[in-house]
Write a protein that binds this ligand. Structure first.
Ligand SMILES: *Cc1c(COP(=O)(O)O)cnc(C)c1O
Length: 364
């Protein structure tokens, strides 16, 4: 067997211990004599897993009991439409900060349901983004029902290093690519959501945490599977939930807690990004970071080499060295290393060594 160092942007690396436990429990989960995929979602074994996972999520986030944890399907992309469906409608408005490709995706859907304004739009020519706006650059619409932003821009390698002050409006955040990567005051948000396949486990489940006060304001007359109120009332079991994805999510959350929770994760991720950006900045211009230094993401490290040919050779040689999925996204080019929680400090140290060796062997 050969395990690689996996910098995939999503679906992404999952902790080895989690995969091993899932393997060990595959044929006989929890004494049921079958896998977790084969038991009734109405049975007591699955129910304990399901409810326990919601509690564990709340515990790790430090959220009080007036936050509901929901498990939805259709990815974060479905939250792009479910959110405005639940809060907008004729004559309603919302604020969306645009900091990257995924913020634009959220706006595209929200526009179907209301008038959308932008406290800031950081797009540059050629669909590029390199910076996060400062608080003073944000201009809010007083008529907005809520303010939405993307905490980490997965494609562009930028990340908010502060929680915006939105003057008392409900704050909603797409945290798909940096959730649980470091401590954060989650109580500042009325709602957060994240597709699980970056920092929380496999695709198939999206975690939503919503404050009761905000939930109460949601539209009630909606198609059943689009209603936050239904998800809350039915504990995300109106229909069959993605049981296996929730099971892996549970194992990842237990792994996270066992390894020191968000404080420990934050320390490791801080060291990882520091090593990688130091390798970029200390290369004498051979590696060039794509994002503005103060907006750099701890999760997605974007940089380029002196030529597109060297970018391509980097990807190929890295793969041969057991370091995979390093190619940047189309709009940004270059290299993207997605160093989510399951990528270890040791993996990053190995990568930094590879970067130094590559530079020595392939002069500009
Ligand atoms: C990956 C990603 C999405 C899309 O997630 P899906 O679960 O594939 O719909 C949305 N927002 C951000 C920030 C992402 O990184």
């Amino acid at each position: 067997m050969k395990r690689v160092i996996n910098y995939a942007a999503g679906p992404a690396a999952i902790p080895m211990e989690v995969l091993e436990q899932a393997r060990d429990e595959m044929l006989d989960w929890n004494g049921t004599g079958c896998s977790v995929m084969e038991v009734s979602h109405r049975g007591k074994e699955y129910d304990a897993l399901h409810m326990g996972t919601m509690d564990l999520f709340r515990e790790i986030a430090g959220l009080p009991s007036d936050y509901h944890v929901l498990f939805t399907t259709g990815g974060a992309s479905t939250q792009f439409l479910m959110l405005p469906m639940n809060y907008l409608g004729a004559g309603k408005e919302a604020d969306y900060v645009i900091t990257g490709n995924w913020s634009k995706g959220a706006v595209k859907e929200a526009k179907r349901y209301g008038k959308i304004s932008h406290p800031a739009n950081m797009e540059l020519e050629g669909e590029r983004f390199v910076a996060i706006p400062k608080q003073a650059e944000l201009n809010f619409n007083p008529a907005a029902e809520y303010v939405h932003y993307t905490s980490n821009n997965t494609v562009e390698g930028t990340q908010w290093h502060y929680i915006p002050d939105v003057k008392g409006k409900p704050l909603v955040c797409d945290m798909s690519s940096d959730i649980f990567s470091r401590p954060l005051d989650f109580t500042k948000y009325s709602m957060i959501y994240a597709g699980a396949q970056k920092n929380l486990g496999p695709s198939g489940v999206t975690v939503v945490a919503i404050k009761d006060e905000f939930l109460q304001k949601a539209n009630a007359d909606l198609p059943t599977m689009m209603s936050y109120k239904v998800f809350k009332e039915k504990f995300s079991m109106h229909n069959t939930p993605p049981c296996f994805s929730i099971y892996i999510l549970n194992l990842v959350l237990r792994w996270l807690k066992k390894n020191g929770g968000l404080a420990a994760m934050g320390k490791i991720n801080e060291q990882k990004q520091k090593l990688l950006y130091t390798a970029v900045d200390g290369s004498g211009g051979y590696y060039q970071g794509l994002a503005q230094p103060e907006s750099r993401s701890w999760m997605n490290i974007d940089f380029k080499l002196p030529t597109p040919e060297l970018d391509a050779k980097f990807v190929t040689d890295a793969k041969a060295a057991g370091i995979v999925q390093t190619k940047g996204y189309r709009t940004m080019g270059g290299i993207r290393l997605s160093a989510y929680n399951a990528v270890s400090l040791k993996d990053v140290e190995t990568t930094v060594q590879f970067m130094q060796d590559f530079k020595a062997k392939n002069p500009a």
